[in-house]
Write a protein that binds this ligand. Structure first.
Ligand code: PA5
Length: 415
């Protein structure tokens, strides 16, 4: 369960002002007016679905040393976030029995594509193309490259058996899968791209990486059943601060494994709230590294920021600072301290400094970096994002503005 602490914001907005922002109506709207299929994803998850995903993951792991996931936005950020959060940001470099997971189709750089292909080298690989619409240009171009690679290396049968499709029923990709006998997983049609991490979209790459997907979903289910008050509190606190001119939210964490969860969060909140000339700009800071780059601005720059800290009560691993003969670094008094204590002390010090410097602080606490924490946090953020968007009066589920660049690009390319 996620715990929300708003005490670091109360010097900037009163509890009374916060109470005036009522989350009840948005919650009712979520249940009745808007697409709400994603809300029930944790309770709809069952053994059949779990077995289906695990069987495909096993086949991929048995046959391949690399899985390439092709997708962009909600079709890849969640899987990448989960793997880095639960396994490691250096997952591919670890000694392990599970395949490397590489991501492509999330940009238009030829250099990036070429490098992924070179990194696969002569290893056996499979491809999971993920696209809800089945027609996103970045993913479609990458798919052309990887279909050709599969065909050249494994022939038509290998191409058929090593290409896995995740898409909406009725999409051009599912039609292609049915016509060519590729294995496919259907996305629940009522779940939008950036709300899809807890579906086959995020769960298949996680299962291939050896993550216990049932544990992810157990965490999400617990949050679904018991986390509504905390999600509403986070949503109302950030909207109350927005009304006070805090139009940038800096999500910050002291664990590098959280970085891609920050990237996923940016898409979720940015695309859901940024409409009708409204929206809190979502930014992410990786502490303590970014204290040495963004820290000055946060401490003393324009006072339009709010900051949300994510912390973990228990470390997965907790090394002790060694002694040795180096005395010039002046850190002898902390020899023998564990790293969690130092990292935690830094978080407390930074929060206090930023509050004193005029930045309201919200805190989200989780037990530890684990599969169930990831599931809980993903659900918590999706729910609070939908509530927060509805409080500000925008529909959390469309992204009409994303079409503008596509229209221009298609005109330039003559598509
Ligand atoms: O949230 C969304 O719906 C979008 O950001 C999509 O995830 C993104 O545009 C990719 O779309 P698709 O999955 O259709 O390729």
């Amino acid at each position: 369960m996620i715990k929300v602490d708003i005490s670091g914001a109360l010097g900037f907005v009163s509890e009374d002002e916060m109470r005036k922002i009522n989350a009840k109506e948005p919650l009712e709207k979520l249940e009745t007016l808007y697409e709400n299929g994603w809300m029930r994803v944790p309770s709809a998850y069952n053994k059949d679905l779990s077995d289906k995903i695990k069987n495909i993951a096993k086949k991929i792991s048995d046959e391949s040393e690399v899985l390439v996931v092709l997708g962009i936005g909600g079709s890849y950020l969640g899987a990448r976030a989960a793997i880095e959060f639960i396994k490691s940001p250096n997952y591919n470099l670890l000694r392990k029995k599970t395949p490397d997971i590489m991501f492509a189709g999330n940009n238009l750089s030829g250099e990036y594509l070429d490098e992924i292909i070179r990194l696969i080298g002569d290893r056996n690989f499979s491809v999971n193309v993920v696209s809800k619409s089945g027609s996103t240009i970045e993913t479609a171009i990458a798919l052309r490259f990887f279909k050709e690679l599969l065909k050249n290396k494994y022939g038509p049968i290998g191409l058929r058996d090593r290409l896995y499709i995740t898409s909406d029923i009725g999409s051009p990709l599912i039609k292609m899968a049915q016509e060519n006998n590729h294995a496919y997983l259907e996305m629940p049609p009522e779940v939008g791209g950036r709300y899809s991490v807890l579906t086959v979209v995020g769960l298949l790459p996680c299962a291939v990486a050896g993550i216990d997907i049932d544990e992810i979903m157990a965490g999400a289910k617990e949050e679904f059943e018991n986390g509504i008050d905390e999600a509403s509190l986070y949503a109302t606190a950030r909207q109350a601060l927005y009304r006070k001119g805090r139009n940038i939210e800096m999500l910050a964490c002291f664990e590098p494994a959280f970085k891609y969860t920050g990237e996923w969060w940016k898409q979720l909140f940015g695309e859901s709230e940024g409409k009708e000339s409204k929206g809190i700009f979502p930014a992410y800071a990786d502490y303590s590294a970014d204290l040495h780059s963004l820290g000055q601005l946060i401490q003393e720059g324009e006072r339009n920021l709010m900051e949300t800290f994510v912390s973990f009560s228990e470390p997965r691993i907790n090394p002790i600072i060694p002694g040795g003969e180096m005395h010039i670094d002046k850190i002898n008094p902390i020899v023998g301290f564990n790293m969690h204590k130092v990292n935690n002390s830094a978080a407390i010090a930074v929060m206090k400094a930023h509050i004193d410097g005029g930045v309201p602080v919200l805190e989200l606490n989780l037990p530890k970096l684990s599969a169930s924490s990831f599931g809980a946090l993903a659900y918590f953020f999706m729910r609070s994002c939908a509530i927060s968007s509805l409080i500000s009066g925008v529909n959390p589920f469309g992204q009409p503005g994303v079409e503008a660049y596509k229209k221009n690009l298609f005109a330039i390319l003559g598509l």
